[in-house]
Design a protein around this ligand. Sequence first.
Ligand code: ADP
Length: 159
Amino acid sequence: MKRIVFPGSFDPITLGHVNLVSRALRFSDEVVVAVLDNPEKRTAFTLAERAALCEQVFADFPAVSVLSHAGLLMTLMEEEGTRLMMRGLRDGEEAAHELRLFQIYHALDSDIETLYLPATPETAHLSSSAVRAIAQAGGDISAWVPAAILETVRSHPWH
Ligand code: ADP
């Protein structure tokens, strides 16, 4: 049984995240979307809101579970009984950042393994920060976020 953890901020979840999860389901039995609370990042949506949005998006995906976690990612991996996680790579800058993150995770737990999925050309431009900027300015985000959460994101009280 291959379970893979997909950690991130998901502030909010985009069609880029969904693309990654769908592709991971081709080689894993279960994807655990782990919505993290990173004290260094001020998010537009609370941890509970970000997790609720992910739950709405994956409501019809029996092989996808969603959880939120406020502590160390390593602790969550241990609790979930898997040493495997995945991250996406949109460009070289992200690859450099991810490589540094991996070295930190490896120093904390040398059994942790990370799989990197490159963004597809159709989804590489999708990011939560762009969604926030467009939605806040009243722009159309229907090609950026799943239909299930479109209204919630659109009507979010940005401040
Ligand atoms: P974090 O703050 O941990 O980077 P994000 O929610 O921004 O959280 O991203 C979580 C993961 O999803 C990261 O590995 C990121 O590269 C990946 N990701 C986000 N958008 C895309 C996309 N459009 N294509 C591929 N991967 C993506």
